[in-house]
Design a protein around this ligand. Structure first.
Ligand code: NAD
Ligand code: GLY
Length: 355
């Protein structure tokens, strides 16, 4: 088992990573203060893993809320539905919420936890690669608004994160690839040696070799924990985690949430960011090609939909949360292993890039 800590003073919490962790979920009980918990999951994950958790916790009274599957349900209607269910179950402020599922369930449940009676404890049990390496760690919670992704939310940290790498065996391969986009992101923004390890271990990761997965997930969580401990509220360093997201969110919004997977949109967005870095004279052609090759090795898209252009990108990007003082901030790699936040991308460069 790998155990990491997100160091945030009184709000510090552990991340446990291990194959088949859910079959020994009794450890979860240490993080449930009273004997009452509510498991929030969806119609796909519920039949796969809920009962294993419930069986491991015989002394905890667990109720369940199951929502429909899909990004389109990460909205205010689902938020209200979960709150209504909690009230009808007489859940209290000290009841623990357990988020079991991918980033959609984690983000929605975390936001409910932040809001219900002004805050209740919650635990993350991420079951997609993307949620195991990114969304379950760091306390960003949110739901979408029709005019923009993650527009309603809060920073609210979980009490613990339980990562069972075996759950990835039931994940569709397209979803696994989407998670790999976020894994590759860490290499590009922060850790050249990890990027090179990914280049060498592509086949092992695709075949879900247990040790390779454990290493990749642990390294991503370690990097994320380090960044969040320094900059929890994204006043600087944490913004680097959004590499590819400004362009990616525009792709997701333009295509309708759920049609391009988040990780797929981030993949195409990271290529645009790398190409912009090259146009700025920072990235070499060879480095951009290495990024493209690694993303392609995991069957990820390396360009946005052909019908999108400068105008369609900009329509969506003006709503981006990285707009400050009217200027849009972009995360651009300067070399593999390093990235910067910059607002210095002029219209000529952007239109050449996006057209
Ligand atoms: P998701 O939650 O929609 O899960 C993807 C699909 O896999 C769903 O159909 C789900 O039901 C299914 N699934 C989940 N676990 C499974 C398993 N083990 N076996 C079989 N099927 C399984 O999508 P995601 O990619 O996990 O998360 C995307 C969301 O995460 C987006 O809303 C994005 O905005 C958010 N996100 C948040 C953060 C953050 O810091 N909070 C970071 C990155 C992404
Ligand atoms: N996924 C970006 C962040 O957590 O900051």
């Amino acid at each position: 088992m790998t155990t990491l800590t997100v160091k945030l003073g009184e709000r510090s919490y552990p991340i446990f990573i291990q194959p088949s962790l859910l079959t020994q979920a009794n450890k979860l009980a240490d993080y449930i203060k009273t004997n009452k918990a509510v498991l929030v999951t969806n119609t796909v994950v519920d039949p796969l893993y809920s009962q294993t958790i419930i069986n491991s916790l015989p002394d905890i009274e667990i109720q369940k809320i199951v929502i429909a599957d899909g990004e389109q349900y990460k909205n205010l209607a689902s938020f209200e539905h979960v709150i209504t269910q909690l009230l009808s179950m007489s859940a209290a402020r000290d009841t623990t919420l357990i988020a079991l599922g991918g980033g959609v369930i984690g983000d929605l449940t975390g936001f409910v936890a932040a809001s219900f009676q002004r805050g209740m404890p919650f635990i993350q049990i991420p079951t997609t690669l993307l949620s195991q390496v990114d969304s379950s760690v760091g306390g960003k919670t949110a739901v979408n608004h029709p005019l923009g992704k993650n527009m309603i939310g809060a920073f609210y940290q979980p009490k613990a994160v339980f990562i069972d790498t075996t759950t990835l065996q039931t994940l569709p391969s397209k979803e696994f690839s989407a998670g790999m986009a976020e894994v590759i992101k860490y290499g590009i923004i922060y850790d050249k040696a990890f990027f090179e390890w990914l280049e060498r271990n592509t086949a092992q990761l695709i075949s879900q070799d247990v040790d390779a997965l454990q290493h990749a997930i642990a390294r991503c969580c370690e990097i994320k924990a380090e960044i969040v401990a320094i900059d929890e509220r994204e006043s600087g360093l944490r913004a680097l985690l959004n590499l590819g997201h400004t362009f990616g969110h525009a792709i997701e919004a333009e295509q309708g949430y759920g049609n391009w997977l988040h990780g797929e949109a981030v993949s195409a967005g990271m290529v645009l960011a790398a190409q912009a870095g090259q146009m700025k004279g920072w990235m070499s052609e060879k480095e951009v090609q290495r990024i493209i090759a690694l993303l392609e090795a995991f069957a990820l898209p390396i360009a946005p939909p052909t019908e999108m252009n400068y105008q369609t990108f900009m329509q969506h990007m003006v709503h981006d949360k990285k707009v400050q003082a009217g200027k849009l901030n972009y995360i651009l790699p300067t070399t593999i292993g390093e990235a910067v936040v910059t607002s210095d991308l002029d219209e000529t460069l952007l239109s050449a890039l996006l057209n």
